[in-house]
Write a protein that binds this ligand. Structure first.
Ligand code: DAK
Length: 260
């Protein structure tokens, strides 16, 4: 697929994926969703040397200012549930991606933009970042996981307030509440995200992937997280990487993980 609404740049195994609709403050229209789905379902899983992915927004002002309001006015009522389910499915691909995916939030992350950032494994906020779920202002509710992921990240009471008032959350408050992992000067958010990915790339790839899987398992509401962790632990402990990691510790050398 030829990407027209996202920019994909691979620099030494770290992909920076930029939502590229600057004139519409990077609002998510159907084409962006199509391209995100293709990228996370088809392209990215095939890249063997991939270390991780940074998602950011084009321009100085916005990460993503929401779903494209102009486009969703044309949705029929019957379409809405399917549109919501598809968006959730695509954001779940991001959440379940086996390599770290970090949102570099360079400005407004509103509505679907906040939901996209929350589907990522971590969020690095520029000092100018503004998060929020303003759907109530438009007479709708978040449809891409916002009512579920915001309480998970900042707690139920706080999430309820922001979901019901539609108020924006500035970078300092996002950090204080655990919505942002770090706040950095504007323009340094991608760099910080890459530093974290570079560090994670020195760890055992299977252990990284299984950790992501286990953390997600606790939130899907279906499996017993502790049981899932124990089973996964059993599987990971058979890996060559575990033998190598333990041997390297004992021999006081740097581990050389093979992802096996
Ligand atoms: N969609 C489309 N265009 C947008 C947009 C958006 N979400 N946000 C901004 N733009 C466009 C503006 O229309 C404007 O375009 P022109 O008029 O110049 O053509 C351009 O971007 C610049 O925006 P502003 O002129 O408004 O810039 P300001 O600096 O004055 O304000 C702002 C920045 C971020 C505060 C403001 O643009 C704003 O409030 N934007 C909307 C924020 C918002 O409410 N986002 C949507 C949240 S609701 C669904 C599932 C999920 C959803 C919907 C449906 N279904 C299953 C059906 C989710 C919905 C949401 O995300």
């Amino acid at each position: 697929m030829k990407y027209e609404n996202i920019l994909v740049k691979n620099n030494r195994g770290i992909i920076t994926l930029t939502i590229n609709r600057e004139k519409a403050l990077n609002a998510l229209n159907k084409s962006v969703f199509d391209e995100l789905e293709h990228f996370f379902a088809k392209d990215a899983p095939r890249k063997k040397t991939l270390k991780g992915i940074v998602i950011t927004g084009a321009g100085e002002k916005a990460f993503v200012a929401g779903a494209d309001i102009k486009e969703f006015l044309s949705f029929k009522e019957d379409d809405a549930m399917e549109v919501s389910r598809r968006g959730q499915m695509i954001f779940n691909l991001i959440e379940n991606f086996p390599k770290p995916v970090i949102a570099a939030v360079n400005g407004f992350a509103l509505g679907g933009g906040c939901e996209l950032a929350m589907a990522c494994h971590m969020r690095i906020a520029s000092e100018r970042a503004r998060f929020g779920q303003p759907e109530v202002n438009l007479g709708i509710i978040p449809g891409y996981g916002g009512t579920q992921r915001l309480p998970q990240l900042i707690g139920r009471g706080r999430a309820m307030e922001y979901l019901l008032t539609g108020d924006m959350i500035n970078a300092a408050d996002a950090y204080r509440m655990g919505l942002a992992n770090h706040v950095v000067p504007h323009g340094e958010e991608v760099k910080k995200a890459k530093e974290i990915i570079t560090k994670i790339a020195t760890k055992a790839p299977i252990a990284v992937a299984v950790t992501i899987d286990c953390v997600d398992a606790a939130y899907n509401g279906v499996v017993d997280g502790m049981d899932y962790e124990a089973r996964s632990f059993g599987e990971v402990s058979h890996s060559d990487d575990f033998k190598e990691g333990a041997a390297a510790f004992i021999e006081r050398r740097k581990a050389e993980f093979k992802g096996r």
